[in-house]
Ligand binder design. Structure first.
Ligand code: C2E
Ligand code: CA
Ligand code: CA
Ligand code: CA
Length: 278
């Protein structure tokens, strides 16, 4: 039994090492990718459910590594968050997103841009200044920027969170709660904080049509958002049936492969032009 324990430990520690090595390697590669500007930003359309017209875009980071190929954000964003690389990465995504949105505006497509903000970025002390300088540099008005935050920001340092949201909101920046329904569940924060939009997590939307709980949860979140005067965006809409469900329950906005996948700027331009001609 003793030996078995030791073998188990050896095995465990080897597996741990492999994992740690992979993480460290990926972190080094990511640092280089940021320095050498190997990252890209893709944009996914956000549509009004009733008309399917594009009203906004969400900026999503992409990494095509020369040897490894596409690395999923589900993999590299957590590494960026744990290593501090999320600060330069996030700053770069923000700049790209704002300058793209300004360009679209000048081409006659005035859409709002949503940018994901990690806990570490929001808590970093230069954050408000970063937003202001980036908007000034790219000549984009505050009203066109929406910051996607998660419920984790409402758990600690609430006064600081409220202060920052208030300042940026007064300047015109909008806030949405990403992955709504998956995190911290005390909803009283919705009354207290100046947020504008709830994004219903795609795990709920995926269950519409085959899971009664997901359908009723989605209905409940839509109704609640209405009571609070909040906009609602359903994420991960892939099927006509889900779209119809959302429309019949008065969901204002949606995002998902059914309307358009995340795509590079050039494809987005085509997409918007077609949208306009319809
Ligand atoms: P998220 O913010 O919840 O972004 C939505 C994710 O759903 C994206 O995954 C998008 O590609 C995917 N998606 C959109 N429509 C559909 C659909 O119809 N079906 C399915 N199955 N998926 C859909 P992605 O791009 O892999 O990003 C994963 C997560 O990584 C994001 O989740 C976000 O939390 C994070 N992330 C991505 N870019 C950034 C960034 O620039 N900064 C930060 N802090 N996080 C980012
Ligand atoms: Ca998001
Ligand atoms: Ca989300
Ligand atoms: Ca997410």
């Amino acid at each position: 039994a003793k030996d078995a324990g030791r073998d188990h430990f050896k095995f465990f520690s080897r597996a741990m090492n492999a994992k740690l090595m992979e993480r460290l390697e990926l972190e080094a590669e990511l640092r280089q990718a940021i320095e050498q500007q190997q990252l890209m930003v893709y944009y996914q359309p956000v549509v009004e459910v009733k008309t399917q017209q594009v009203v906004g875009i969400e900026a999503l980071a992409r990494w095509n590594h020369p040897q490894m190929g596409w690395v999923s954000p589900e993999k590299f964003i957590p590494i960026a968050e744990a290593s501090g690389l999320i600060l330069p990465l996030g700053e770069w995504v923000l700049k790209e997103a704002c300058s793209t949105t300004r360009q679209l505006q000048q081409l006659g497509h005035p859409v709002r841009v949503a940018v994901n903000v990690s806990y570490q970025q929001f808590r970093h002390k230069g954050f408000i200044e970063l937003i202001n300088t980036t908007l000034a540099q790219t000549q984009l008005a505050h009203e066109y920027l929406e910051l996607e935050i998660t419920e984790s920001l409402f758990i600690d340092e609430q006064a600081q969170t409220q202060y920052m949201i208030d300042i940026l909101s007064q300047l015109g920046v909008r806030f949405s709660i990403d992955d709504f329904g998956t995190g911290y569940s005390a909803l009283s924060y919705l009354r207290r904080f100046n947020v504008h939009t709830l994004k219903i997590d795609r795990s709920f939307i995926g269950g519409i049509g085959n899971n009664a709980n997901d359908a009723s949860l989605t209905r409940t979140i839509i109704a609640m958002a209405k009571n609070f005067g909040l906009d609602i965006i359903a994420e991960g809409v892939e099927e006509q049936e889900q779209h119809a469900f959302l429309q019949s329950h008065g969901c204002g906005y949606a995002q998902g492969y059914f309307y358009g996948k995340p795509m590079p700027y050039n494809d987005l331009l085509d997409f918007l032009q077609v949208d306009e001609m319809e």
